[in-house]
Design a protein around this ligand. Structure first.
Ligand code: ADP
Length: 696
C-alpha cells in the first residue's frame, strides 16, 4: 500500500500545514486502530518515523497498565459511540519513556454514517503536568509549612481585608480558631485607638500601592489582651497583576519589647540611683537627701504617692518624714501605729523589700485614705546597731500595676542611698562629738595648766604678802625681846615696850586678815560664803569706813569726799559689806594716790548704789573682765602689792546679796567701782536662813 493509496480521499488535500505542525501529534487511525497517517508533531512527540508506525496499532502508545485494562479498545468504542473522547493520561514514546498527553479522539464517518476511522490529536503536556505537580507539591509543602509554623500568624486577607485563611500560629497568637475568624474583617485585631485613626485601611492601601507594609505595634487578642506585634503585609496579585488579596505575617514581640523596655527602664533606674547617690555625697543635709529620694522615686517609677516613714524610738509607730502626693499636714506629726496588718510593719519585720500586691495589707493610719492601686515598700536600714531600721520607703501607684523585680530593686537601692546618708550623718556626728571632746580636753588641759600657773603665782604673791607683816612682826618682837632682856638690867634709853607690842599686834591683825581673805577664797570656791543678815544703816557704815580711810588717804595725798543721805536702813551682812567698802577704798587709795577720791551713796527705788571713784592709773579695757576673777591683777606687782583677791571676794559678797559690782575705767584717768544692792538682801543663803539670821 502506497502512501497516496492509503490516504483517504478527504484528506488528500489536507493542508500541508497539519503535516508541519510540531506542537501536536495529528494522525489518523483506521477503524480498528491501525495508524494510517503521521505528521511531524507525532514524530516529535512520540519518536516514531512515518515508516515505523504507519500500519501499526495505536495501542503501542499505551502504558502496560492501560493495555491491561483494555484502554485502547475502550477509547475507540467510546469515540465511535459518542463521536469524541477527550482525556489526559500517560502515554509511551518509542523509547519507552512516558509523557503526559492531552488526547482528543474524534470518529470519522461517511455521510452515510459508516465509520471510516478516527482523528487523533495528541498534545504533550508533560512539561505542564510536571509544572503543575511541582506547583501542587510546593503548595502542599507551603501549606504544611504554614501549618507547622506556630510562632507566626500567617494568614490571607481578601482584597477587602476579610480573613481568608488561618494557620495554627495565628490561632495560637490571636486566640481565634479558623472557623471563628475566616470571613471577618482583620480590623478586629486592632486596638480601638488605631481603628479610629483608620490604621487598618491605611495599611492595606500602602501594601497595595507599594507591595508591602511592615510595622511594629499593639494588636489585640480575642480575649482583649494586647500584644506587641511585628506585622508584614504583602499584596498578592495574579499573573495579570490584579490584586487578589494580602498575605499577612504577624509575630508576637511582646516579650522582646518587654525585655527591651526592661533594659531601658533598668538603665534609667540605675542612672537615677547614681544621681541620687551623687546628690547624697554633695549634700550632707539628710532632709535634702530624703526629699530628693522621694522625687527620684516618683519621677523614675511614675508612682503618684511616695512616702518615707520613720520608725519611732520605741519602734511602735511610724511618722511620715517626707513624701509626695500625701497629706503634707500630717508630715512629721501623726503617728501611724504599727500592727501586723500594716504593710510597713510587714516590711520591717521581714527586713527585705516587699512587693505587696496582697490585699491583706493596708498602709496604716491616715495613709489608709489612699486605698487601692499597687504598692512597693522597701526597708531603710538604720545607721547603728541600736537602731536596726530607720523606717521604710513606699511607692504607691493609684492604678493597679504589676511592679517587677526591677522596680523593687530600684526602690531598695533608693532606700540604701538614704541608709548610706544616715550612716554618714551618724559618722559625722560621732566625729563631731569626738572633735568637741578633744577641744574640751584641750581647754581643760589648758585650764589646768593655767590654774597651776595661777597657784604658783599665788603662792609666790601670798608668800610675799605674808612675809612683809611677818618680817615686821619679827623685828618688833625681837626689839621687844631685846628690850626686855636689857630691862632686866637697864632699859634702853628711849625704848618702850608698849608701842612695839602695839605694832606687833597690828602686824598680827594684818596677817590674820590675809589669812581670812585666803579662807574667803576657799569658802567661795566651796559655795559656803554665808551671809549674816541684819538690819542696819548702810549710810552710817559708809561714813564710818570713809572716816577710817580719811587718814591713810591723806597720807597717800588723796582727799576723800563723801556724798550721800543721812540714813539708809536695810538688811544686809554688815561685816561683809564693810569688807567690800574697805577693799574698794583701799584700791582707790592704792591705785589713785595723789588724786582726790570720792564716794557717793544714793538710793534709787528699792536699790542702793555706792560708787567709789578715783582718778588714778585706771584699768585697760582688756583687763576689765578679769580683775574680778581670782588671783587676777592688772597692775604691776612691783609697784602695787596685793593678792589679786579683793575684787573677786567683793564681787561674790555683793552678788550673794542679790546685787552687782561693776566697774568703768579709763587708763590714766581713773576708775569708778559701783556697788548696786537691793535694800533687802534677796539672795543670801536661802530666804529662811537669811531671815533666821536677821538681827533686828
Ligand atoms: P589687789 O590686791 O591686786 O589690789 P584686787 O582684786 O583688789 O587685788 O584688784 C585686782 C586688780 O584690779 C588689781 O591688781 C589692779 O590691777 C586692778 N584694780 C583694782 N582696783 C583698781 C583701781 N581703783 N584702779 C586701778 N586698778 C585697780
Amino acid at each position: 500500500m502506497t502512501d497516496s493509496q492509503a490516504r483517504p480521499a478527504f484528506l488528500r488535500d489536507a493542508p500541508l500545514a497539519f503535516q508541519r505542525i510540531r506542537e501536536y501529534a495529528i494522525f489518523l487511525l483506521e477503524p480498528d486502530g491501525t495508524v494510517a497517517s503521521w505528521n511531524e508533531g507525532a514524530q516529535v512527540i512520540k519518536g516514531y518515523s512515518d515508516a515505523e508506525i504507519i500500519g501499526q496499532s495505536f495501542s503501542r502508545f499505551y502504558t502496560p497498565e492501560d493495555l491491561l485494562a483494555g484502554k485502547p479498545a475502550e477509547i475507540l468504542s467510546r469515540a465511535s459511540r459518542d463521536g469524541r473522547v477527550e482525556e489526559e493520561a500517560w502515554r509511551l514514546r518509542k523509547d519507552g519513556s512516558r509523557f503526559w498527553a492531552d488526547v482528543v479522539v474524534t470518529a470519522l464517518r461517511d455521510p452515510d454514517g459508516t465509520l471510516r476511522g478516527f482523528v487523533k490529536i495528541t498534545r504533550d503536556l508533560t512539561a505542564r503536568k510536571l509544572a503543575e505537580k511541582a506547583l501542587r507539591q510546593s503548595e502542599e509543602r507551603m501549606r504544611l509549612m504554614i501549618d507547622s509554623v506556630r510562632d507566626y500568624a500567617i494568614f490571607m486577607l481578601d482584597p477587602t481585608g476579610r480573613v481568608a485563611s488561618w494557620n495554627p500560629g495565628a490561632e495560637r497568637l490571636k486566640g481565634y480558631t479558623a472557623r471563628e475568624i475566616i470571613g471577618h474583617s482583620f480590623e478586629r485585631f486592632y486596638p480601638e485607638q488605631e481603628l479610629r485613626a483608620g490604621k487598618p485601611r491605611l495599611e492595606l492601601e500602602i501594601a497595595a500601592r507599594e507591595g508591602r507594609f511592615e510595622e511594629e505595634g499593639w494588636r489585640l487578642r480575642k480575649d482583649g489582651s494586647r500584644f506587641w506585634a511585628n506585622v508584614v503585609l504583602s499584596a498578592v496579585r495574579d499573573e495579570r497583576g490584579v490584586l487578589v488579596g494580602y498575605a499577612k505575617v504577624t509575630r508576637d514581640l511582646t516579650e522582646r519589647k518587654r525585655s527591651e523596655e526592661a533594659v531601658i527602664e533598668r538603665a534609667r533606674q540605675q542612672a537615677a540611683v547614681a544621681q541620687l547617690g551623687l546628690f547624697a555625697l554633695e549634700h550632707p543635709d539628710l532632709d535634702a537627701v530624703i526629699d530628693r529620694a522621694v522625687t527620684t522615686v516618683r519621677e523614675t517609677m511614675g508612682t503618684e504617692l511616695v512616702g518615707v516613714l520613720e520608725l519611732s524610738e520605741d519602734g511602735k509607730s511610724l511618722v511620715l518624714r517626707a513624701g509626695c502626693g500625701l497629706d503634707v499636714a500630717a508630715m512629721g506629726r501623726v503617728p501611724i501605729e504599727l500592727d501586723g496588718v500594716a504593710e510597713a510593719g510587714y516590711t520591717l519585720s521581714s527586713a527585705g523589700p516587699a512587693h505587696l500586691d496582697e490585699r491583706r495589707f493596708r498602709m496604716g493610719g491616715f495613709l489608709d485614705a489612699h486605698r487601692g492601686g499597687s504598692r512597693v515598700t522597701a526597708l531603710i536600714r538604720g545607721s547603728d546597731r541600736s537602731r536596726e531600721a530607720f523606717g521604710v520607703i513606699e511607692a504607691h501607684s493609684r492604678t493597679e500595676r504589676a511592679f517587677g523585680e526591677d522596680a523593687v530593686n530600684f526602690l531598695q537601692s533608693v532606700a540604701n542611698v538614704i541608709a548610706a546618708a544616715l550612716e554618714r550623718r551618724s559618722m559625722e556626728e560621732q566625729i563631731r562629738i569626738a572633735e568637741q571632746k578633744a577641744v574640751e580636753e584641750r581647754a581643760r588641759a589648758s585650764q589646768i595648766r593655767e590654774a597651776l600657773r595661777e597657784r604658783d603665782e599665788f603662792i609666790s604673791v601670798a608668800a610675799h604678802e605674808l612675809r612683809t607683816p611677818l618680817t615686821a612682826l619679827q623685828l618688833k618682837l625681837q626689839t621687844v625681846e631685846r628690850g626686855l632682856k636689857m630691862g632686866t638690867q637697864k632699859p634702853a634709853a628711849g625704848s618702850s615696850v608698849e608701842p612695839r607690842l602695839e605694832g606687833a599686834l597690828r602686824q598680827t591683825e594684818r596677817l590674820s586678815l590675809l589669812v581670812e581673805r585666803l579662807l574667803d577664797v576657799t569658802r567661795i570656791a566651796a559655795g559656803r560664803l554665808d551671809l549674816a543678815l541684819e538690819t542696819f544703816d548702810l549710810a552710817a557704815l559708809v561714813r564710818q569706813v570713809a572716816d577710817d580711810f580719811r587718814e591713810p588717804a591723806a597720807r597717800a595725798g588723796s582727799e576723800l569726799r563723801l556724798e550721800g543721805p543721812q540714813a539708809l536702813q536695810g538688811c544686809w551682812d554688815r561685816l561683809r559689806l564693810e569688807q567690800v567698802l574697805v577693799n574698794l577704798l583701799s584700791n582707790a587709795v592704792k591705785y589713785g594716790a595723789g588724786r582726790p577720791i570720792s564716794m557717793r551713796v544714793e538710793r534709787a527705788g528699792e536699790r542702793i548704789r555706792i560708787a567709789v571713784t578715783d582718778q588714778g592709773i585706771g584699768i585697760a579695757q582688756a583687763d576689765l573682765p578679769r580683775i574680778f576673777t581670782r588671783f587676777q591683777r592688772a597692775a604691776p606687782l612691783r609697784n602695787y602689792g596685793g593678792l589679786g583677791l579683793g575684787l573677786y571676794i567683793a564681787k561674790h559678797i555683793v552678788e550673794a546679796h542679790g546685787g552687782r559690782l561693776e566697774v568703768s575705767s579709763r587708763p590714766e584717768h581713773g576708775s569708778t567701782f559701783v556697788v548696786d544692792l537691793p535694800i533687802v538682801a534677796v539672795r543670801a543663803a536661802g530666804p529662811e536662813q537669811a531671815a533666821a539670821r536677821v538681827r533686828a
